[in-house]
Ligand binder design. Structure first.
Ligand code: FAD
Length: 472
């Protein structure tokens, strides 16, 4: 081996899990290489996930505000229209801006970056097929698998994805023209966020879900309020229905479904978005060369230190168990490096926040009320509506509430926080921090919150959990 190809750490995958682990590894003094086949860094999140979807959600919300809300504030807008090509271009510019910044961060931290596909060649060995041709072999003491996930298709690919008419989230983020109608198969976070983008632009969006409510693992009160909001925004729902098949192409799409009562029906649309979840991605990694197999969901199995059964081989992010979220992948990247350098990293999986970036936003952390009931935990709850918050009323954004679930004993520790409302995602951080610190509703209820802010609703929900709020 040429010494240059020998590393303390090789990371396969340059998504939020992989690039964060690579930077942290280098910061801890490990000679590090990051291998990414996409050609740009940032993984699913920056290229075809979190960032482009948020760019479109933000832009279309601006449009919604201008068309529906400005007049209430005395702002007149005439001749408003959407330049769909520019809307998509702005999203692309954001991606380029962020991916190139990760390039810069790798350089700044002296992480070598190989653009190509990595595969195991044996213990401690990774072959990289370079995108520009040729290959290189890397020898590394520690290897992190951070190869992420990819979209599910329907079983048997019953409605074949072509990314033009039958789309996964990747295709839905790259449409060339605004569709008149869209059927979204799957009532989870990704389908609802993207459905909401197109609904705001005037597309008739119909969501088909196979459960009785959207986002079924969400706190029931929250998901009920969320579904009502989306219905008000013009999204149609066909729930308790399973898609059995269909067709799609330039002459239109047909989606056939069966309800739980056994009735069958067909819904037609210009495009179909298949948003039925994601699965771990390990294609072409040649895990067998080091004696690794995946579990029945295709995920790489690890211990609490992110190490696989093969010593020196670790895995993090979407490719292992747990919620498929960018911040979860990042935290695992950091903790994994801490284990590699002997510092003992730790993640508290019960305080991983989840946010849906629709408008209003929806954010949750910790236990749902249903989970507490099932577990027989004695709890109290405090709910405070934004309707009673002065800032929300001033901003004419009164939809939604903050719901706090606490232990029904002297410590009154916070067990769960569920928010639907303006800026829920940012506000949720207060709950996450309180839970991490083992804080109680009283701790927050007695903390001074700036007036007038939306965060006062958070404080008052906490007060409602142990006593009474003031403004309700
Ligand atoms: P990934 O980001 O998938 O990165 C893995 C990388 O590895 C990829 O770039 C891939 O090209 C590369 N790779 C794979 N195999 C190889 C190989 N053999 N050699 C070299 N490179 C390889 N999460 C949030 O937290 N918030 C959100 O708002 C959010 N929105 C989302 C919206 C959409 C539409 C989608 C699809 C996802 C969203 N997610 C969101 C989920 C988030 O994108 C993922 O959880 C996150 O990207 C996982 O990070 P990761 O590093 O594990 O994997």
């Amino acid at each position: 081996f040429a010494a240059t190809n020998e590393y303390d750490l090789a990371v396969i995958g340059g998504g939020p899990g992989g690039y964060v682990a690579a930077i942290k590894g280098a910061q801890k003094g490990l000679k590090t290489v990051c291998i990414e086949k996409r050609g740009t860094l940032g993984g699913t999140c920056v290229n075809v996930g979190c960032i482009p979807s948020k760019a479109l959600l933000y832009a279309t919300h601006k449009y919604h505000e201008a068309t529906k809300e400005f007049k209430e504030f005395g702002i007149k807008v005439e001749g408003l229209s959407v330049d769909f090509t520019q809307l998509m271009k702005q999203k692309e510019d954001t991606i380029v801006n962020l991916t190139s910044n990760i390039d810069f961060l790798l350089k700044k931290n002296k992480v070598d970056y190989l653009i190509g596909k990595g595969k195991f060649a044996g213990q401690g060995l990774v072959d990289v097929e370079l995108n520009n041709g040729g290959s290189e072999q890397i020898k590394a003491k520690n290897i992190i698998i951070a190869t992420g996930s990819t979209s599910n298709h329907l079983p048997g690919n019953t409605i074949a994805v072509d990314q033009e008419y039958v789309l996964t989230s990747t295709g839905a983020l790259q449409l060339k023209k605004l569709p008149k109608s869209m059927v979204v198969i799957g009532a989870g976070v990704i389908g609802l966020e993207l459905g909401s983008v197109y609904a705001r632009l005037g597309t008739q969006v119909t969501v088909i879900g196979n459960t009785d409510r959207i986002c079924p693992s969400m706190d029931l009160e929250l998901s009920t309020a969320f579904q009502k909001t989306l219905v008000k925004q013009g999204v149609k729902f066909i729930m308790k229905s399973r898609v059995m098949g269909g067709t799609g192409g330039k002459d239109g799409c047909k989606v056939n479904y069966t309800t739980t009562d056994g009735e069958t029906a067909t819904v037609e649309s210009e495009v179909v978005l298949v948003a039925t979840g994601r699965h771990a991605y390990t294609e072409g990694l040649q895990l067998d060369k080091i004696g690794l197999e995946t579990d029945k969901f295709g995920r790489v199995e690890t211990n609490d230190h992110f190490e696989t059964k093969v010593k020196g081989v670790f895995a993090i992010g979407d490719v292992i168990k747990g919620p498929m979220l960018a911040h979860k992948a990042e935290e695992e990247g950091l903790a994994c490096i801490e284990h590699i350098v002997g510092e003992g990293g730790h993640i508290n999986y019960s305080t991983i926040p989840g946010v849906i970036y629709t408008h209003p936003e929806v954010g949750s952390v910790g236990k749902t009320e249903e989970e507490l009931k099932t577990a027989g935990v004695k709890y109290r709850k405090g709910v405070f509506p934004f309707m009673a918050n002065s800032r929300a009323r001033t901003n004419l954004e009164t939809e939604g509430f903050v719901k706090i679930l606490i232990n029904d004993d002297v410590d009154g520790k916070i067990l769960g926080v569920h928010i639907i409302g303006p800026n829920a995602g940012e506000m949720l951080a207060e709950g996450v921090l309180a839970m991490e610190y083992g804080g109680s509703a009283r701790d927050i209820g007695r903390t001074c919150h700036a007036h007038p802010t939306l965060s006062e609703a958070f404080k008052e929900a906490c007060m409602a959990a142990y006593e009474k709020p003031i403004h309700m």
